[in-house]
Ligand binder design. Structure first.
Ligand code: NAD
Length: 443
């Protein structure tokens, strides 16, 4: 099948590469000319495990190509994916300008019937807007060309995106009527062999499914962070509580880890966007408001612990940070807890000496060159002469470090662990002061 993907970001590029892998002919269109040129040279704009070889293989095989030529993109695919960003507007609602710009582009150049697939995460009612936009441009062109708009939200996890797209848990398809269903089945047939993962529904329900999924996951995290904060006050250990509640199959062990707050390009913005959608309908979404408030506060947990430990005097201190990306296996720094931590440290006059396996280039891009930020090539180098070690992201390589070396390199043996990677008693025996999240009197 000939497929066009507008937007070569985390979602568009991974989806395109995976569709090429199963034999579809995919043309990706982006307004970012540098990104397109780099991809043609084999320079991949994001870090995602398994993505680079897939892109290289199918650019070479001709199944995957990149262009800035929107007209060529519209002409190419019978299926047109919209996978552009939907960042938060000033008031937190989703900014639809990029989605609607692509809709106008498709309508401007289409000469034959198309199925337009909305992959971006968009508020309920956006497919109606896309449909109306296309209809209006076609009317101006005095063209009566059939088209369908389909909602097909993406559920990939950054850090496991290729695998998630190759083996999706479910494929949600929202349609206005039966017309595009067969085409959608054909498109996703290669991913639907083991059992039927396709769930068809109306467009609005599909749009809301995506927000409901992300908001449920964010709720689990904020709930656990609230329990962790309570555990601290009550002298309990949240890690014991986590195992205790996870053993109930109605709760389960997945996604109930406490920590220093969720980040990334999706949870914060999607929770916010659903809050704004609710408010626009005159409904007060109390649970979602609490989820957001708890998370915003949790991101200050590590800075507060540091300030407490150093009795408010962080000026001139050097803070070693392990992990900058919002989660492991990605270079994405959007809304990462590490950013709140670094900014708070700088504000207090401290210096940051940090290491991340993938996100240092992105950190440098965001913050530029500054005296109080040193990015180093190994986790060991980050420790040298630092006053404390802080763990922000649970990369595998931080799970079993050489504690003797940490002790030898730090000025004082103190670890602030935003991801509960270590056993408090063991660290105490090794002579560390160890701060974790919700671990009661273990500090
Ligand atoms: P991104 O910011 O990484 O990429 C968006 C791309 O779209 C950029 O390359 C940009 O240049 C391009 N673009 C903007 N306007 C364009 C236009 N008019 N024509 C062509 N290209 C254009 O975004 P992303 O993280 O891939 O997210 C895309 C959408 O998918 C968002 O709605 C997001 O909420 C959703 N989503 C993201 C994830 C994730 O983990 N990142 C997961 C599921 C859903």
């Amino acid at each position: 099948m000939k497929v066009t993907v507008f937007g070569i970001g985390y979602v568009g590029l991974v989806q395109a590469a995976v569709l090429a892998e199963v034999g579809h002919q995919v043309l990706c269109v982006d307004v970012n000319a540098d990104r397109v040129e780099n991809l043609k040279k084999g320079i991949i704009p994001i870090y995602e495990p398994g993505l680079t070889p897939l892109v290289e293989k199918h650019f070479a095989s001709g199944y995957l190509n990149f262009t800035t030529d929107a007209q060529a993109g519209v002409e190419h695919g019978e299926v047109q994916f919209i996978a552009v960003g939907t960042p938060p507007d000033e008031d937190g609602s989703a900014d639809l300008q990029y989605v609607l710009a692509v809709a106008r582009t498709i309508a401007t150049y289409m000469q034959a019937p198309k199925v337009i697939i909305d992959k971006s995460t968009v508020p309920v009612g956006t497919a109606d807007k896309v449909k109306a936009t296309i209809a209006s441009v076609l009317a101006q062109r005095e063209q009566a060309i059939n088209f369908d708009v389909v909602s097909n939200p993406e559920f990939l996890k950054e850090g496991a995106a290729v695998n998630d797209c190759m083996r999706p848990d479910r494929i949600i398809v929202g349609t206005y009527d039966d017309r595009p269903k067969d085409l959608m089945r054909e498109l996703y047939e290669p991913f639907n062999r083991n059992h039927d993962k396709m769930i068809f529904m109306d467009v609005r329900s599909a749009e809301l499914t995506k927000y409901a999924a992300n908001c449920m996951l964010a709720t689990k995290i904020s709930f656990m962070n609230e329990m962790a904060n309570l555990a601290e006050l009550l002298g309990a250990d949240i890690e014991a509580v986590r195992k205790g509640i996870g053993s109930d199959p109605r709760i389960g062990y997945h996604f109930i880890y406490p920590g220093c707050g969720y980040g990334g390009s999706c949870f914060p913005k999607d929770v916010q966007a659903l809050i704004r959608s609710s408010e626009q309908m005159g409904y007060t979404p109390r649970v979602l408001q609490a989820v957001e408030a708890v998370n915003n506060k949790q991101k200050f947990k590590l800075p507060e612990l540091l300030k407490q430990h150093f009795a408010g005097d962080l000026a001139g201190k050097t803070i070693a940070i392990w992990g900058l990306s919002f989660k492991p296996n990605t270079d994405d720094m959007r809304e990462a807890s590490s950013r709140v931590l670094m900014e708070e440290m700088w504000h207090a006059g401290a210096k940051v000496q940090a290491y991340d396996p993938e996100a240092m280039e992105e950190t440098q891009r965001i913050y530029g060159v500054r005296d109080d930020l040193t990015l180093v090539g190994t986790k060991e180098a980050a420790l040298k002469g630092a006053d404390a070690l802080v763990i922000c992201t649970e990369w595998q390589q931080f799970r079993a470090p050489d504690f003797e070396l940490i002790k030898a390199q730090l000025k004082q043996p103190v670890i602030f662990d935003g991801r509960n990677l270590y056993e408090p008693k063991r660290l105490a025996l090794r002579g560390f002061t160890y701060y974790a999240i919700g671990r009661g009197d273990s500090v």
